[in-house]
Design a protein around this ligand. Structure first.
Ligand code: DX5
Ligand code: ZN
Length: 223
């Protein structure tokens, strides 16, 4: 069975009882996906620095931070030092991606590189062997609950084909946006092995049941 990872996003969870929301998905998840938005890189704003610190320090799951911010050279290392297991920044926001990668990694933190729908895989090909995870966005970043962009599948399979040719350990390939029991098999077939799901998990009556379903579907459809 291929090794896959599920990372529920708390973007659309109930913030008034976040601890309970996180606790109810923990048993079925591998990482907690923390979406950080600054209202500059994307037209939306989420968790403040104190809120982020509190989530990171109290999370029963390792935290997978997704920084949708205009200054990843500053925030990347801060989130790594705060104790995240993985920090992903956007290629489109980075002037010097190599220095951000090394600053995050110097803390022992996994490094993810994200690309928006209009960014081609070829633009990041040279960086792939230096990262731990490529995040192929399957929606425009900024909001939960959007429709999965099936047209990202050729990019995903291009990334998977290239990664299969480079020395191991291979970087993981994460997808984020519109992942649900209806779309996860297609993403897995095209090469994703790490899955973010927000509304499909947190809007469900039984989030653990959905996580179990997602894990089975992804494991049975691996590329
Ligand atoms: C969107 C965020 C996602 C979002 C996913 O910009 O990066 O992580 O929470 O939400 P769903 O799964 O509802 O598309
Ligand atoms: Zn995200």
């Amino acid at each position: 069975m291929p090794s896959i990872r599920l990372c529920p996003s708390i973007l659309n969870a109930d913030y008034s009882r976040l601890d309970e929301e996180i606790a109810r998905v923990a048993a079925g998840s591998d990482y907690l996906h923390l979406d950080i938005m600054d209202n500059i890189f994307v037209p939306n704003q989420t968790f403040t620095w104190p809120q982020s610190l509190s989530i990171i320090s109290q999370s029963p799951l390792p935290v997978d931070a997704h920084l949708m911010v205009a200054d990843p050279q500053i925030q990347g290392p801060l989130f790594a030092e705060a104790g995240c297991a993985s920090v992903t920044f956007h290629f489109e926001a980075a002037n010097n991606p190599r220095s951000i990668i090394s600053d995050i990694r110097s803390n022992g933190t996994r490094v993810g590189l994200a690309i928006k729908p209009n960014t081609d895989f070829d633009q990041v090909r040279d960086l792939i062997s230096e990262i731990d995870m490529l995040l192929v966005m399957t929606v425009e970043p900024g909001f939960g609950g959007q429709a999965f962009m099936e047209e990202m599948m050729p990019k995903l399979s291009k990334a998977r084909s290239y990664i299969s040719t480079i020395p191991t350990p291979h970087p993981w390939i994460q997808v984020d946006g519109g992942i649900s029991p209806k779309t996860i098999s297609m993403a897995a077939k095209n090469g994703a092995d790490t899955f973010v799901a927000g509304s499909a998990v947190f809007n469900a009556d039984d989030p653990l049941e959905v996580l179990l379903q997602l894990r089975l579907l992804a494991s049975n459809s691996g590329a």
